[in-house]
Design a binder for this molecule. Sequence first.
Ligand SMILES: [Zn+2]
Length: 268
Amino acid sequence: MLIDSHCHLTYPDLAAQIDAIVQRAHDAGVRRMLTIAETPLDAQAALKLISGRPGLYLAAGIHPHNAAKCDQDDLSALADLHRGLNLAAELRQRIVAVGEIGLDFHYDFAPRDRQEEVFRYQLDLALQAERPVVVHARSAEQRVCDILADFPALAERVVFHCYSGDEHVTRRILDLGFWLSFTGVVTFKKADTVRAAARLVPRDRIMIETDAPYLSPVPVRNRRPCEPAFVAHTARYLADLRAQSLAEFAATTTANTCRFFGLPEVNT
Ligand SMILES: [Zn+2]
């Protein structure tokens, strides 16, 4: 049994065939999926999508790419969502994290000071909502760590998703108590840096994800869109890399993901 800890099921390519995608995930042993909303509007679409589909969970945040476009109304809408305003209890329980949030100095779609402002607002929100944080950090890992230092209460509750930092930054992140999550990128030929990080992370702080609809892993790299079932390939690859059996690695990452996001334990 596996969990895809990060995918974007509201993207049209996936949303249009959601039941088939959930079925194929189940067939591949992927029993739970955490879909990530990048704006409050996206979160509304995600709530509709997870409603009536047990096993689907939601992280809601404002992606750093959207930091310039988002206004106070968006930030307030996100806060209301995390407070569970106007939501049935069943759905409220399935909003499990604030994310993905962070900084992207690779694309720089929003001015850096605005990205930081929106990031800090959402870290405060995570504290208030007592929810863990899914971080997107691209060419900005050190700055993200600097900012997170101002939020010591979140130390064990932060995961760097689609992780690809170098050894120096990996050691800093791990020293600070944060978690790492790996996508299919780790299976790519040129991803030696990612593989080094995947060897370094302790077994109780690693998670796996697809980041679907992007980043299909080897050996299905040419398949579009990527979908949660494919996390099984990444799991097999990482188990080999870390010299663990697939069963052991699957059990570990599943237990980790349940613990990190506060998901109910899985028996079947
Ligand atoms: Zn993502």
